[in-house]
Write a protein that binds this ligand. Structure first.
Ligand SMILES: NC(=O)c1ccc[n+]([C@@H]2O[C@H](COP(=O)([O-])OP(=O)(O)OC[C@H]3O[C@@H](n4cnc5c(N)ncnc54)[C@H](O)[C@@H]3O)[C@@H](O)[C@H]2O)c1
Length: 386
């Protein structure tokens, strides 16, 4: 039987568009058999020279500065949204309208209103829509999910999660779209908060309310074009208390000023029967503690155990050695693989879908409302049809 061939159009080829193109090129090396074959057909950026450079680098068939050229092509089945946050909404709506399968790098959009428009539109389509919440696809988080579903944690009491970067500690790092509210929709809370919120929600279930402090420590940066000092109106640091619908309470942190760290995504879950913890900087292991292990004089064997998750994905993952350690790019490749699999199998049920993207956006929105009100407990709105 011949394998389905899916044409790919990537809109935006900056930092993350390149990672998505790399992931497509990598799929045949990592998965056998492939659920479908993918071909890089078109790439779109804002300037002809960057679009052409992207075409040459990744091997697309053509380059353009007009996203509609990708949407109009019948040989493009998958559209990737890899542009700054304020341009997501229109692109996603147009791509859904054009009948494409859509893969959106986070966040869904830059505002809750836009996010609702997109999530509502996605609810009515028969194509597949997915978010790039790739931390769901680390073997350690997939194993954590299995353990939680099997009752390992018992009743969840509390959690601690954070996503910390240090990329903005230099006050001379220029002000770009990421530090302008109208373009990004938020600073650390939008950039990093959506990831850690989605990962926590994936593992522990729905959230109910938040109580947030959003802080801007470097209120001005040189404008990327003029070099002149320009105001920064987004947060550098977000400290959030969060409550789940099941009654657990915890802290979610996001920061771009966490000096001394690189890509520190941590999650720690404490339940009545056990503990689960994972850190992206030590991605090969999932730490677990089973409170059912008997206590003995001198402790016996009771304590934290490290499960060696490495790159152990289920078939059709095809690197068979457990010596194959994990890297960040691999999470992107597996997230993309699962999108392609969902398209090939017409799997509209599994996620992360745009409904999950909306949930993350609603979390950010509630944090911003809470912080603006001086840190009051604020309900997270639901994505259900009103
Ligand atoms: N999941 C992750 O690991 C991750 C990491 C980084 C960025 N992101 C997300 O990816 C998106 C892009 O971030 P980035 O860091 O790659 O940004 P970037 O600034 O490096 O690149 C943006 C790209 O989009 C193009 N572009 C801008 N406006 C456009 C428009 N209206 N139409 C077509 N192309 C346009 C630019 O030419 C450029 O190629 C953001 O939403 C960001 O939050 C996700």
């Amino acid at each position: 039987m011949s394998i389905q061939s899916l044409g790919v159009g990537i809109v935006g080829y900056g930092f993350i568009g390149k990672v998505h193109a790399w992931a497509h090129r990598s799929l045949p090396f990592f998965y056998s058999p492939l659920p479908a074959e993918t071909r890089l057909v078109g790439v779109c950026t804002t300037r002809p020279e960057t679009a052409e450079a992207a075409r040459r680098e990744a091997g697309f068939e053509f380059a353009t500065t007009n996203p509609n050229e990708l949407l109009a092509r019948p040989d493009i089945n998958l559209i990737h949204c890899c542009t700054p946050n304020d341009s997501h909404g229109d692109l996603l709506l147009a791509a859904l309208q054009a009948g494409k399968h859509v893969y959106c790098d986070k966040p869904l959009t830059h505002t809750l209103t836009e996010a609702r428009r997109v999530a509502d539109a996605a609810r009515g389509v028969s194509t597949i829509h997915r978010m790039t919440f790739h931390y769901r696809f680390a073997p350690a988080t997939l194993r954590a999910k299995e353990l939680i579903e099997s009752g390992f944690l018992g009743e969840l009491y509390q959690f601690r999660a954070g996503y910390l970067h240090a990329g903005y500690i230099d006050p001379n790092r220029p002000r770009t779209w990421r530090t302008v509210m109208g373009k990004s929709g938020g600073g650390a809370i939008m950039d990093l908060g959506v990831h850690v919120f989605d990962l926590t929600r994936f593992l522990v279930g729905e959230f109910d309310a938040v109580n947030a402090q959003l802080v801007t420590r470097i209120p001005s940066r040189p404008d990327v074009v003029t070099g002149q000092p320009a105001p920064v109106d987004v947060d550098d640091i977000a400290i959030v208390q969060a409550r789940t619908k099941s009654g657990a309470i915890g802290i979610v942190e996001a920061s771009r000023l966490a000096t001394g760290v690189q890509d520190e995504l941590r999650i720690e879950l404490h339940g009545s029967k056990g503990m689960i913890a994972w850190n992206l900087m030590d991605p090969n292991y999932l730490d677990v503690y089973d409170a059912r292990d008997p206590e003995q004089a001198l402790g016996g064997n009771r304590g934290v155990k490290r499960i060696e998750c490495v790159s152990r994905y289920p078939k059709p993952w095809s690197f068979k050695t457990p010596k194959n350690t994990l890297g960040w790019n691999q999470l992107h490749a597996h997230s993309l693989y699962d999108f392609v699999r969902a398209v090939a199998e017409n799997d509209t049920e599994s996620g992360p879908t745009f409904a999950d993207g909306f949930a993350a956006q609603a979390f950010v929105h509630a944090c911003q409302e809470s912080a603006a009100g001086g840190g009051i407990w604020t309900k997270i709105v639901s994505g259900d049809v009103e």
